[in-house]
Design a protein around this ligand. Sequence first.
Ligand code: N2P
Length: 365
Amino acid sequence: MKIFGKTLLALSLAGAVISTAQASDKVLHVYNWSDYIAPDTVENFTKETGIKVVYDVFDSNETLEAKLLAGSSGYDIVVPSNNFLAKQIKAKVYQPLERSKLPNWKNLDTSLLKAVSVSDPDNQYAFPYMWGTIGIGYNVDKVKAALGEDAPVNSWDLVFNPETVAKLKGCGVTFLDSPTEILPAALNYLGFKPDSTDKAELKQAEALFLKVRPSISYFHSSKYIGDLANGNICVAIGYSGDLYQSKSRAEEAKNGVNISYSIPKEGAGSFFDMLAIPADAKNVEEAHIFLNYLMKPEVMASITNFVQFPNGNAAATPLVDDVLRNDPGVYPDAETMAKIYTFPDLPSNVQRTMTRSWTTIKSGR
Ligand code: N2P
């Protein structure tokens, strides 16, 4: 009996070793936006599940889309924005999610799910990870020094009024390198609908950009976080949480750089980034385990607390730091919400027109 017991123990130990070895063979390839996860999320996931994660980053929907459309991206999880989703679903680049493997789905924000179902009926292929606004991040002291106490930091005048932005040229003004998110801001500033697809109106948005182009240092969608924090630039049109991260980095560095974020009074765009599994993913089981892990309220709240973007998980909200929850720049209140617009689904021909215009804008002629 004793021997039998020992044998059993030995057998089960061997079993344990084998299953750990198997677990550590499991791998998952994640392709997410840069600066969009907490520093310990992936490590904690691996500790809990034994699944190794190969984690790559991008900073534009266009980059992600090119990889997905080319096929064999090698990724098991990707994070497209909602306005790119409908077209990509039609192009069959995603596979339907298996809800039975996602018991934590119940934690998601149902009104947000409904809103994004415009691009993905019944939320078959994707669900919201994080969202945010596109507004103005600025160095409070440098902007004041250049434009005085009345600097229009709450208005797109700051960057679209040629005389105003010219005075900021010396300290550095940057924009996201994102035609589909930035051209709408110019359209909106000109009094057109931000989702206008009218060629003549888009031409006027391009003309506006060409006027302010000499005052713009660069177009890039992630570099500004560090540059604003270090004082290398003074105004960045960027993603809300990224600009808050820039502010946090400056505070941690104690370098005297004081950064603020504003959602301009004329209105601002909002984006919704969606978690999805490519149709040709190799590690579908692991992908579902990762998605379900991300839907845990405590996991999602810890990500929001670090990246400072609101998330799509209703159950996580009470766990988010009060300072963030009460900051309308992070979690827009009703008044702020009223001036926020969304980016609609993007037909390929409109996207092409915008991309062409963007090339002209960036080259400045
Ligand atoms: C993350 C940037 C937010 C993603 N760093 C914009 N879709």
